[in-house]
Ligand binder design. Sequence first.
Ligand code: ADP
Length: 455
Amino acid sequence: MQVFTSVVVLGVFFAVFIISDIKSYKERKAESMNSLAQVIAANSVSALQFQDNETATGLLKELCVNSPDIVHAVIYDVNGKLFARYSKPGVDTAVFVNLRNKNTTVFAGNQLFISNLIRAENELIGTLSLQVELSELTAIKRGRAKLVTILLLAAVAFAFLVALIVQTYISRRLLNLVNTMIQVRKTGNYVTVPDNGKDEISTLIQAFNKLMVEVKESQQKKDEFIGIASHELKTPLTSIKGYLDLLNSIEEKSANRLFVQKSLESVQKLERLIKDLLDVSKIQSGQLQLNLKSFVIDELINETVQSLQAVSPAHTLTCKHEVVGQRIYGDRQRIEQVLINLLSNAVKYSPGETEVLISSKRSGDAFIIQVRDYGIGIPDEDLSRIFERFYRTSGSASHISGFGLGLYICRDIIYRHRGEIWAQNEETGTSFFISLPIQHETELLQPAEETIKIK
Ligand code: ADP
């Protein structure tokens, strides 16, 4: 746009410049030729009065010789009859415009035609007509066109260069801002963008930075609140559970025991939620510790499947291991927590279906676990977001109770083991995959720097 505007403005400016230059050249030429015509008209009075054709022709010849631009000169008598004429050899006189009995100046193409009345004591006795070639006009036009082309090209190149520099400067900062926004959305790390400018983009960046600081602060407050509230809730809930357990064991009336058991189930749900919230709080403050040991992973899978099967009678959980006795180095309890979450999700999100498949295999230096259900599936656009904190899909899953914390905790635990976790939609239902590195005890398992920061 900048280059286009520059070209248009310069084009108009140069056009006006060329037109006015040509106009002033023509005016100057007409003025000087008119003066000359007046002198010749005055000098040819006596030749006309005495019908001295020879003198008149000589006068015209002399005029043409001394002023090379005058290519054709004619004197008419008062009746319009040709009295004397002189043409430069080789000149096209066919274009000559006959302007008898008037004082006139006419431009036609590269030619100027002038006629001047010849008077003797105020009495009209004839007309002098001149055909002048505007030889410089073509040269002026060519010269100006060349100059304008060079200037225009230089101006366009300069405008393009300036536009490019400005554009790069603006685009770079805007792209940087957009990339940061994408990163913030992906990782949940509320980072700011450094910028020292004073223009509109800087105002935008400053507004973004301010927003990031405010969001970070409110996130921190929320995390603090979640941490404190979960801690405060944990103690009374533990004692409520203790009393309910006691009541359950001593109550004899079966109707009353049913109420106690219902209360216990609800307390257990609350306990799970508080446990999740405490884990989230630990992840946020970077305090989620791993108790690393070597253990047989397929054994852990079998145990977890068995305990889940016991509480999910409507579903059939089937296990299939390609490798048996594979040891991995990690936190057994935390990996079990991940498996429980994936298996209970598979059961929870496949109402009306009965089958859940759990399989495992070794792939290179990784141990892959797959949990597959035939349930409601996950909308494609949500696949990458279900691991975010508090994220729940908006479709049919929203009618099933949950808090959107389980997968977030799973991801953090798996990342801390330097593993991967991902979901994939099947023709019916969903598959969740975990990939864990097969490490030796001697290898220190340090969580990767970038994975700790993921919130
Ligand atoms: P919660 O199940 O408590 O809502 P999760 O973090 O375990 O929390 O899961 C996040 C979201 O991912 C769920 O709300 C649900 O929308 C979706 N989801 C998880 N597992 C499955 C599954 N097996 N099938 C369909 N949707 C699932």
